[in-house]
Design a protein around this ligand. Structure first.
Ligand SMILES: Nc1nc2c(ncn2[C@@H]2O[C@H](COP(=O)(O)OP(=O)(O)O)[C@@H](O)[C@H]2O)c(=O)[nH]1
Ligand SMILES: [Mg+2]
Length: 310
């Protein structure tokens, strides 16, 4: 269940998507008492251009055809769409908020954050660290993005904001060595969660994907069960591209959960539907702004309300 504040974030953050989706859907039905082929075609176009994707758009329109016969009021259609969307994006079995998952008996719970450049990985690590600390868990953030000094500095600033311990490598250093040192120190200090920020990489670039494998292996050497989680960060503003990245990363990087950022920045929030529906992986959080508190646990009902309206 989302708090009132989170509900507000969903409503505000998804305003652009809602304007585009519901705004246009409404105009298709406006003042009509029955609905025919022409309207269904218009709806198809709205969902496809709204990033819902071909597969789910076809399914949605087919289901609508069967279900919406009598009353065409806004209220009825909205409530149908909300229920449909909620059903598609719900994780089965329900996802558990990572910050409420206990750490293993010995050592911290280790999470690696992956994704392409600029999707919001570092920002998400900072916001996540804050969430964990709010939940009473001591947290260390690790800058394993050693390609740019600025990336290390950026995470350090987030660690100060969130109150997390910080470990960063030297520019040009070996990311796996940073992970090695940080986990060794995390074991000593008894910190309960470690979040590892990695460099942006394309799933098509072999050496970088191998580097990720090395990071995973090193983590597993120091803490046997690590990594406990690999979170893939996807940028909603990239639309269908995010879906392509998701498919590839899930295959190549052992992803266990997804975070979708910048839902507030565009009208492309519909992209969450095929991502959640197709991957069979839980969407754990959504980014609804740039601030420390703008990462919220994914709530299917609030999401559906956010993009369709009440
Ligand atoms: N509006 C908005 N901006 C975001 C969100 N998450 C990240 N950003 C911005 O996206 C940009 C890239 O983020 P960064 O964390 O550096 O991406 P990285 O390259 O994957 O580490 C920054 O300007 C962030 O402030 C979000 O949920 N909403
Ligand atoms: Mg980064």
């Amino acid at each position: 269940m989302s708090t009132e504040k989170e509900q507000q974030l969903y409503q505000q953050g998804l305003e652009k998507t809602r304007g585009s989706l519901w705004g246009r859907i409404k105009s298709v039905f406006g003042g009509k008492t029955s609905i025919g082929e022409e309207e269904f075609e218009q709806l198809e176009e709205i969902f496809i251009t709204g990033d819902v994707g071909m597969q789910y758009t076809m399914k949605l329109v087919e289901d609508l055809r069967r279900s919406v016969t009598g009353d065409l009021s806004d209220i009825q259609i909205r409530s149908y769409l909300r229920g449909w969307i909620e059903g598609v994006v719900k994780a089965k079995p329900p996802a558990m908020a990572p910050e409420s998952i206990p750490s293993p008996d010995s050592g911290p719970r280790v999470t690696i954050i992956v994704g392409v450049n600029g999707t919001g990985k570092t920002t998400t690590v900072g916001k996540l660290a804050y969430k964990y600390i709010q939940a009473g868990r001591s947290t260390m953030v690790v800058a394993a993005d050693t390609y740019r000094a600025a990336a290390v500095k950026q995470l350090q600033i987030w660690s100060e904001r969130s109150g997390a311990l910080f470990v960063g490598g030297q520019e040009g250093g070996d990311p796996a060595a940073v992970v090695h040192d940080s986990l060794t120190s995390a074991l000593k200090t008894g910190v309960s969660n470690v979040l590892i920020d990695t460099a942006g990489r394309l799933h098509t670039k072999e050496p970088l994907m191998r580097e990720l494998e090395k990071i995973r292996n090193v983590a597993g050497k120091i803490i046997e069960s690590a990594p406990h989680e690999v979170l893939l960060v996807l940028d909603a503003t990239t639309g269908q591209n995010a879906l392509v990245q998701a498919r590839e990363f899930v295959q190549a990087a052992g992803v266990t959960g997804v975070v979708i950022t910048k839902m507030d920045g565009s009208a492309r929030g519909g992209i969450l539907i095929p991502i959640a529906g197709e991957l069979g992986l839980p969407v754990l959080y959504v980014g609804l702004g740039e601030g420390l508190e703008d990462l919220v646990e994914f709530d299917p009902a609030e999401y559906a309300k956010g993009i369709i309206g009440e």
